[in-house]
Ligand binder design. Sequence first.
Ligand code: UDP
Ligand code: MN
Length: 335
Amino acid sequence: TSSLGAQITDWDQQRQIWFSQNDSPPTRLHQYANGRLQPSILLVTGSSPKPCRNPLGNHLLLQFSKNKMDYCRLHGIRIFYNMALLDGEMADCWSKLPLLRKLMLSHPEVDWIWWMDSDAAFTDMTFELPMEKYEQYNLVLHGWGEEVYNKKSWIGLNAGVFLIRNCQWSLDFMDVWAAFGENQKVRDELGSVLSQFLTKRPVFESDDQAALVYILNTQKEIWEKKVFLENSYCLHGYWEIIVDRYEKLMESSHAGYGDDRWPFVTHFVGCKPCGEQEIEGRCMKQMQRAFNFADNQVLQHYGYEHKHLGTSEVVRVANKSMDRQQQMNPLKDRS
Ligand code: UDP
Ligand code: MN
């Protein structure tokens, strides 16, 4: 047994048996609008069982949930929002591991689990994951090989948004990973081990991201070849280098790139959606702007957009769907 539960060694066979007794492959493959068959993906996110002390934080969590619902609706991806602490010993950033394992085992029909932190928002509503690229891999994170393997930088990858395949490899990997956050005592002990080994990591209790970089370095032979570090688009995008550019992007770019030209995801690393960790008073304000930036891409389908990125107020805009509506209903006022 590991901290995640009784050991399982034949999950791939169990899944195969499940498939042979249940669904045939074509129905479990989701078909996208462009006709491509995609593996089935479950987007998983969540937040603390307790409400934020700051009521604005609760509203932000609602907005970021709506943001994920919109993206998943537009792309036919199922979504699971967790608010339960499944293992009392594994709180905060570690709480996703017991959850991901439970979901894998309870949903053999799911091929990939896509974890996304509550403080990350989709900011390109049209971009789609290039899943063909990941066929040979089991874990996909935003990061750079040079930073992770050569510099041993604990920010060389980001653990807030990642894809993990539902397979035996992932169960094994999560067992090793979870051992770094098993309980408070272990986290306090290993925090300094991680800081000593990794570059520029301040001394604090062990976190999931540092543990990942540590494992990838110390057990490189075992895990590296199934881990894909993505940086051709913003699977996770660091908010500080994105949020001030939203207006410029709206002026001179368009959705669909997913990279610097129109970031797929904006992740508020270092901030807290509840607002307990404001950076120069910017976090919550910028989260609101990120939400509105993404929400514009949803509202525009219906002929509306936010007056500006700092307001929830919307105005009508002329666009194709609006024109159609006007044709059908010519008496409606055009404002
Ligand atoms: N999380 C959760 N329940 C909790 C605490 C955290 O589901 O009680 C999730 C939440 O989605 C959060 C992520 O775990 O974004 C990572 O936790 P961390 O403490 O690193 O928070 P962050 O800095 O990302 O807000
Ligand atoms: Mn985060």
